[in-house]
Design a protein around this ligand. Structure first.
Ligand code: JFZ
Length: 447
């Protein structure tokens, strides 16, 4: 039955069975294995790269990939941008090796952002990198080939919202009058277009990690027919993981839940109002400065210490950390970002065992730090904020057998009290970023 409906969809019929998302979705075995892989991976590189990178934020702080909307640039003018996009210094081997040196296991790159420009060779559209730029090459293909060579998985960020396509109509909250589009359009034609581009991405690039959707929040009332889009993806590549940045609890058909610039359950940005942390694999994305796309002015880089601590806290929630860079229009990753990535990689070289392959620990992350747990049951207590030398944390669920410092293996002085676990961590044992304790307890095996 599913197959018949799907075939009908491929033939272009608009099915009326549309309900929200993919209600009877059963992830394939491969998909479930990929979810485990994804959770073990823990750390990925997010890449926002497009023709907006040329404008580099236009001298404003803020999110540079939104410049078309921020500056109200009509489509007719914005369409000149691709002719200036010529990333002659783009070296996919360099990008992938930087990600690897950072300790990242996957890359998620923008295939199409809200400006509607395809960063890949799209048959259904002329508005793409191969046809409209002097560079004329499919950078996603080049990157995928290199990822395959170096053993990194590649995911595509794909914007459902589109400021360029005339059939993205009715318009949402963004990309309105200034774009110069006529006051009509056919929504179903837009969805067909989007699904065709997704089909291209899922058939022309070998096995991909998954699709990272964004943009539904532009109009909640629209009939997105997620059931069809999600079924299409899962039929073309049953192993591909679907996630969506809609800031709500996951819809059926999604394979992971994401949190934008907030730890799971937190809402410091004001747009993560789900309150729910699902049982799906989790991922948190974060910027290195204040922008996703390359912003030439924004020097407000987060210190390495803070990024590592956020990654560790994310791991404490059982979430991956997807750290962003916005490459420059010449194809190079900003040197400041490269330095940061390499420094995080050095930390992971020493402490990766406490992050990779772990799941959320028995204690919820808190002001003092976080816990992660390895599959063999080992618990890592990550102390990241300690005044003085004593720390009281909630009791572990099982009696402790041994507690040692991850570095050096010396015994940790501790006491299991009625009020919790009291740890004594002398100054000379404290690390600037993260003091890690390795705890063995009975019956704590995760398998
Ligand atoms: C979205 C994009 O708009 C942004 O450009 C970037 O790609 C990021 C990863 O994802 O960011 C959003 C999405 C929605 C809201 C805010 C930022 N929102 O609803 O407030």
């Amino acid at each position: 039955m599913k197959r018949i409906l799907f075939t009908a969809f491929l033939l272009g019929s608009v099915s009326s069975m549309s309900v929200f998302a993919q209600p009877d979705y059963q992830p394939s075995g491969e998909n479930l294995r990929n979810r485990e892989w994804f959770q073990d991976a823990r750390f990925g590189l997010f890449i926002h790269w497009g023709v907006y990178s040329v404008l580099a934020g236009g001298g404003d702080l803020g999110i540079a990939e939104w410049i078309m909307n921020q500056k109200q640039i009509p489509i007719g003018q914005y369409e000149k941008l691709p002719s200036f996009f010529n990333p002659v210094a783009f070296d996919p081997a360099e990008w992938v090796s930087i990600a690897k040196k950072a300790g990242m296991k996957y890359i998620t790159i923008t295939s199409k952002h809200h400006d509607g420009f395809a960063m890949f060779d799209s048959e259904i559209s002329e508005y793409d990198i191969v046809e409209c730029t002097p560079y004329g090459k499919d950078v996603l293909k080049m990157l995928k080939d290199e990822c395959d060579k170096q053993g990194i998985k590649l995911f595509f960020y794909h914007s459902q919202l589109d400021w360029h396509h005339p059939d993205y109509y009715p318009r949402g909250n963004t990309g309105r009058g200034y774009t110069g589009r006529p006051d009509h359009g056919n929504w179903d034609d837009y969805l067909d277009y989007m699904n065709t581009q997704l089909t291209e991405l899922l058939t022309n690039y070998g096995e991909i990690g998954g699709i990272w959707f964004d943009g539904m929040w532009d109009q909640w009332d629209a009939d997105w027919k997620l059931d069809e889009t999600y079924a299409l993806i899962h039929t073309l590549q049953p192993g591909a993981l679907i996630g969506s940045n809609h800031h709500k609890a996951p819809f059926p058909g999604e394979d992971f839940q994401m949190f934008e610039r907030d730890l799971p359950g937190e809402n410091t940005m004001g747009f993560n109002q789900t309150g729910t942390i699902s049982e799906l694999p989790l991922e948190m994305c974060e910027t290195m400065n204040g922008s996703w796309g390359f912003n030439i002015k924004d020097q407000n880089y987060k210190p390495v210490k803070r990024l590592i601590q956020t990654m560790v806290k994310a791991a404490g929630y059982g979430a991956n950390f997807l750290l962003n860079t916005g490459p420059m229009p010449n194809g190079k990753i900003q040197p400041e970002n490269v330095d940061t990535l390499i420094a995080i990689g050095q930390w992971l070289d020493a402490y990766g065992e406490t992050i990779y392959g772990t799941r959320r620990g028995p204690l919820k992350p808190d002001e003092w730090g976080a816990t992660t747990q390895a599959k063999d049951g080992t618990v890592y207590i990550h102390v990241m904020n300690l005044q003085g030398e004593n720390l009281l944390v909630p009791s572990l669920p099982e009696k402790i057998q041994s507690a040692v410092y991850f570095d050096g293996g010396d015994d940790v002085t501790y006491k299991e009290t009625d009020y919790g676990l009291l740890l004594h961590i002398p100054k000379e044992k404290q690390h600037r970023i993260d003091t890690i304790l390795r705890i063995k307890a009975l019956n704590m095996n995760l398998d």
